[in-house]
Design a binder for this molecule. Sequence first.
Ligand code: AMP
Length: 213
Amino acid sequence: MIVILLGPPGAGKGTQAAALVKRYGIPHVSTGDIFRANLAEKTPLGLEAKGYMEKGALVPDDLVVRLIGDRLSQSDAAKGALLDGFPRTTAQAQALEAFLDKESKKVAACLLLEVDDQELLKRLTGRRVCRSCGSGWHVAFSPPPSDLVCPKCRGEIYQRTDDSQETIKNRLKVYHEQTSPLIDWYKAKGILKAVNGLGEPSQIEAAIAKALG
Ligand code: AMP
């Protein structure tokens, strides 16, 4: 089962992904997480992605498509995957479809988390995340521990470099211009499930469960 989590940066895709992977027993595949891990390790892939990520721009399609093809070919993804942050362009969606066609697989659902830009700006500027497990906090709404040590995994809690005001504005612009056309793309295929991303994570989780059936 391939499920896509679609939505602007800060919509809560990572938070909801954690609940969904538990529920469906499929791996969470976040292209952003994969790029950040590669960047931390200074791999050629990470170094190639670095400049784009720092500007809030998209990494070129061919690089992302190759990466996702490799990831979906791993054994843990044989029964499916939860795709978070991919596809982000129509070209990526077409490449995913071609890849899945070859394996007689299909995207089961595209879950859209809807949140307005003003709320996204508030969420992203105050966001703090664990470098190791990806857990999230917000300086105003859910402050991290003062020692900035993750209580779940002892990892370091930090602010992503692309969560600065300027970069966030660019990421939102990129989302509206390059990624939001995917809403109509998946709607036309009859598999788009839109969920309001405002509210408590548990409420949103329940709305997602209902939408996915
Ligand atoms: P995210 O953690 O999903 O917000 O991704 C962080 C950054 O990684 C994005 O701003 C892009 O620079 C890059 N990235 C992640 N996924 C993709 C993708 N599917 N296509 C292009 N760039 C991506």
